[in-house]
Design a protein around this ligand. Structure first.
Ligand code: AKG
Ligand code: FE2
Length: 336
């Protein structure tokens, strides 16, 4: 069998009554995976299977709506909050259209929230489809995954030899949470959409991505110079390190390129990533003992030297966002 990212049982990190030895053992497994693959599956995550099942059902119900119905909540209506639906071919990763459709969601912030009032990107209310129970279930899921994200960050801290609460005190106390529903159609792209991938090669921007995927498969992960499948494993999430955790650890934890193949399975593929990212105003700084970090521009998809980045998470993500959605860029406040 070809290699694939390792499976880590994180139950000791999730369970507040687990002993220190068990927590340290789980943290060690995560640490090894984060250094070598930058990707791992998590089991023992404590997220209620019924809640996950409900979210899957609602996501499928949404994508099954007519295109016109889905387009009642287009991303253009979400503005700088970056919420709403985009049709297949509407998102560009690595400069080419992806053959997927998506619904962008996130923490629900009211219009009077100071950051929403100030038009800070990625902050705002969601655009909800008219499907009964959708809002309550999605918000409950975001809460559950936030709790898991905090548990995994405690594991990262332990694995790095830091106090368990390190990240809570350095950027994740009030994390930026974005949730996406993706549907990778099995119908081929029309000739005028030059899609080569479900999602083109990229890395994720933030700290951790916690991905639920159905049983179709198609996610691929780069390790060294090779590509490996990250096939579905029922009852698990796929977790990967984002650019900010790579930067904060001086490259010890790897934000590795990944992509999704065009879906030719005969069934649509559903995936649901939750991005657990630092608070917007967090100045991204190396953790104690991280060392300077090596220039990594040669191995990165975007040719950038991540280890040279100085600024807040907001600075980082603002520069990235406009590249993926050219339309949104026009509505972005000018950076810098
Ligand atoms: O759909 C997937 O399996 C991966 C999606 C992904 O990489 C992303 O949204 O950043
Ligand atoms: Fe990704």
């Amino acid at each position: 069998m070809r290699a694939q990212p390792p499976l880590v049982d994180v139950s000791a990190l999730v369970d507040p009554h687990a002993g220190m030895a068990a927590r340290a053992a789980a943290a060690r497994d995560m640490d090894a995976a984060a250094r070598s693959w930058g990707f791992f599956y998590v089991s023992g995550h404590g997220v209620d299977a019924r809640l996950v099942g409900e979210v899957e059902r609602l996501a499928r119900a949404f994508f099954a709506l007519d295109e016109a119905e889905k387009m009642r909540i287009p991303m253009a209506a979400g503005g700088t909050a970056w919420r709403g639906f985009f049709p297949a071919g509407g998102e560009l990763t690595s400069g080419r259209p992806d053959w997927k459709e998506g619904l962008y969601l996130g923490s629900e912030l009211p219009p009077e929230h100071p950051r929403v009032r100030d038009g800070v990107i990625l902050h705002g209310p969601n655009l909800w489809p008219a499907i009964p129970g959708f809002r309550e279930t999605v918000l409950a899921y975001i809460d559950a995954l936030e709790a898991l994200g905090h548990a995994l960050m405690r594991g990262c801290a332990l694995g790095l030899g830091l106090p368990e609460s390190y990240f809570d005190e350095h950027g994740t106390h009030d994390p930026l949470l974005l949730l996406r529903f993706f549907n990778y159609p099995t119908r081929p792209a029309p000739e005028d959409v030059p899609a080569a991938w479900g999602v083109g090669e990229h890395t994720d921007y933030g700290l951790l991505t916690i991905l639920w995927q159905d049983d179709v498969g198609g996610l691929q992960v780069r390790k060294d110079e090779d590509w490996f499948d990250a096939p579905p494993i029922a009852g698990t999430f796929v977790c990967n390190i984002g650019d900010m955790l790579d930067r904060m650890t001086g490259g010890r934890y790897r934000s590795v390129p990944h992509r999704v193949a065009i879906n030719t399975s005969g069934r649509d593929r559903l995936s649901i990533p939750l991005f657990f990212d630092p608070d917007f105003d967090t100045v991204i700084a190396p953790v104690p003992g991280a060392g300077p970090g090596q220039d990594d521009s040669g191995r990165r998809w975007d040719g950038a030297n991540l280890q040279a980045f100085h600024g807040t998470y907001g600075d980082y993500v603002t520069a990235k966002v406009g590249k993926v959605f050219p339309e949104l860029r026009r509505s972005l406040p000018k950076a810098g």
